[in-house]
Design a binder for this molecule. Structure first.
Ligand code: HEC
Length: 217
């Protein structure tokens, strides 16, 4: 009998399939655990001890959140603290911050911000990407939004804008009045500040201070 080629040998293919399935399963299990570790939220103690987590604790709202260019990684990465700053006039406890953030998330879903904006890669591009909106220079101390809203902090200016966006039109498209209450606005701004502190591997692109505003101007 002539020697059969390995390529037409059923046993060869059966074994290969078993191996590929086995290796892929192990890889997937490992990746699942690795991802869980990466996306798990940090704690207040991490923040206090300068431990960097991709997703920091809700109490990150008590810190100054900025971005610095990381030349090794080739993009900007969040810089949290060490300076603390009050958020709406106070420092928030772990429980308070977590509750506020939760309310902000619910409000963002109830008002469907994603219908127009993009958050962490999900949503629409009708309006500016909100992932790093907290860092938009327009809201800074010498930016136009504090002057326009008559508020003296970033968070207050943002909260005022969210409650009455139609009163503060820029030359961009106008955001409609969504009937956002004061409480919801405060929670939404916390949600936005926390989101800006998440390490998103430099996404969205072009939000950095070097390029200008989040608006992508
Ligand atoms: C119907 C579309 C629409 C919805 C829904 C919407 N927005 Fe907007 N939003 C806009 C538009 C358009 C702008 C740009 C306004 C401008 O620049 O004058 C904007 C601007 C903003 C800005 C300023 C962005 C920056 O980078 O400075 C923030 C913050 C914001 N929206 C938050 C929200 C939040 C939070 C929600 C959900 C509660 C929301 N928006 C829902 C249309 C929308």
């Amino acid at each position: 009998m002539a020697k059969k080629s390995v390529w037409t040998d059923n046993r060869f293919w059966r074994r290969s399939a078993t191996w590929v399935t086995g290796v892929a399963s192990v890889l997937l299990i490992w990746l699942t655990f690795d991802t869980m570790e990466q996306i798990s939220m940090g704690t207040d103690a991490d923040l206090k001890n300068g431990v960097t987590k991709r997703v920091p604790a809700p109490t990150v709202i008590n810190y100054k959140v900025d971005y610095v260019f990381d030349s090794k990684r080739g993009h900007e990465v969040p810089k949290i603290g060490p300076e603390k700053e009050k958020f709406f006039g106070k420092f928030w406890s772990e429980e308070e911050a977590a509750e506020l953030l939760h309310k902000g998330k619910l409000a963002s879903q109830a008002k469907n911000c994603m219908d127009c904006h993009t958050l962490l890669g999900n949503g629409a591009y009708y309006a500016p990407d909100l992932t790093k909106a907290w860092l938009d220079p327009a809201w800074q101390e010498n930016g136009p939004m504090q002057a326009m809203t008559g508020k003296s902090t970033k968070e207050e200016a943002m909260a005022e804008f969210l409650q009455h966006p139609d009163q503060y039109p820029t030359h961009e498209r106008m955001m409609p009045d969504l009937g956002i209450t004061k409480q919801e606005a405060v929670a939404l701004v916390a949600f936005l500040k926390h989101m800006a502190s998440i390490d998103t591997n430099g996404f969205p692109r072009n939000f950095g201070r070097m390029q200008g505003a989040v608006h992508g101007k």
